[in-house]
Ligand binder design. Sequence first.
Ligand code: G4P
Length: 531
Amino acid sequence: MNPAIKKEIERRRTFAIISHPDAGKTTLTEKFLLYGGAINQAGTVKGKKSDRHAVSDWMEIEKQRGISVTSSVMQFNYEGFCINILDTPGHQDFSEDTYRTLMAADSAVMVIDAAKGVEAQTRKLFKVCVMRGIPIFTFINKMDRESRNPFDLLEEIENELGIKTYPVNWPIGSGKSFKGVYDRDKRAIISFTANGGHQEVEATEVDLNDEHLSEIIGEENYRTIVDDIELLDGASEEFDLDAVQNGKLSPVFFGSALTNFGVEPFLENFLQMTPSPLARESDQGVIDPFEEDFSAFVFKIQANMNKAHRDRIAFMRICSGKFERENEVYHVQGSKKMKLSQPQQLMASEREIISEAYAGDIIGVFDPGIFSIGDTITMPGKKFKYFGIPTFAPEHFAKVSCTDTLKRKQFLKGINQIVQEGAIQIFTEPYTGYEEVIVGVVGMLQFEVLEYRLKNEYGVDIRRETLSYEYIRWIDNALDFDVKTLSLTSDTKIVQDFHDNYLLLFTSEWNIRWALEKNDVLKLSEFGKAQ
Ligand code: G4P
């Protein structure tokens, strides 16, 4: 391979940051961008909280979508690395796209609020990272506030998420008495000086054996850290880079993104431990990122919400080689040679048209409606397909029908189009002959988007009746028995998806367990097979 291209690919690091809303994902991302010189001032990535209130009208939806488009991926350079941070939209923006984004990352940074521990959204996103076996790094944030005992936090991560942890550093106190962290590798204390909590702080390094240490961090903190170090050295996991890279061991860092404490050491360690672009499996075997030929797959499609332009942006992750704008490429699923139109990269809030990009990078291209999620793009002559993207379980369900039966055709056309873009999933009830469609979404906002788009793009008004189901599971082995004969609670519903797979809708986790207990043959899965 051309050494210049190899070098470019080797220096790429593509990761997603996952967290529950408010744990500090935006603040941490911003600090990374500041280090990389991509932005000059904090507050550039997203508006203040006050701008992010509940979504009620279209303008708001568009603004929300705007946020998720512009901050989809941010690229910057830091100490020789070229870093791509993938945003995983949260808050009202949480949708299946949030999960799909993780399919494009080579590793994940999990931000946890030190006072709250593992929260619901982190748990959901974490499951997807585990399914992919990508490395997961933990940043325990907000140590400048009162927080939970660090040993308890690690135990919670290990028990709740089922991953082993390796603390790279260890906090000394928290909140008002937060004095810094102990760096286990350097065997030194990096001390923190509070300054009202809203400014960045200077970090100073003090050797563990320094005679003034107990004066610097306080007598009580000193005694605690000495005990903690003994416990850590005796009881904690050994550091094992292979286990980290296989997603079995999560290196843990403590810090405070807001005051910038611990962010740079985290970034430096993380960049050393996290892999360069990973190889990916296709129907013709594993494709090495260092292969000369360009290849990519589509992981997200962003509809243009402006009615005047029914175009879309397809986001693709480059998996091998170098992309050059003037070259023809091959869209495998469409069996067509083409040039990718207006390839662009997003940097903080700016978009720029690019002429080249490398394995590890994400590009957005103009899509006149030809791409679907999971599609493979290669060089002409190569016809392999990357294994697609699974379907993720929706959590909100509604029965949807059009108010004017004469418009049923437009209704179905519109709804199918939106399904293909991956914004919603639809299900039908077999054996009933009902004409209604059950729509499932990962985030509630998608219902509003559906309603708005059907009205504005297809002239269809809909009736929407919320259903009380909260869980859906794919039946993995529906061919092995007659689905009608399953023994299920009266509030469990059998449905079929767009590809005629059988699924079960449940109102509670208890009902899932009941179904599994009463039907020995039944195998359920939380992810739908990639199509
Ligand atoms: P998110 O993207 O994960 O939702 O979280 P975000 O970074 O927006 O942070 C949520 C709130 O937590 C923000 O405060 C932010 O300033 C604060 N925060 C983030 N990191 C730290 C930290 O290390 N220490 C402390 N003390 N606070 C932190 P906010 O007042 O809710 O919002 P804003 O008005 O500052 O935007």
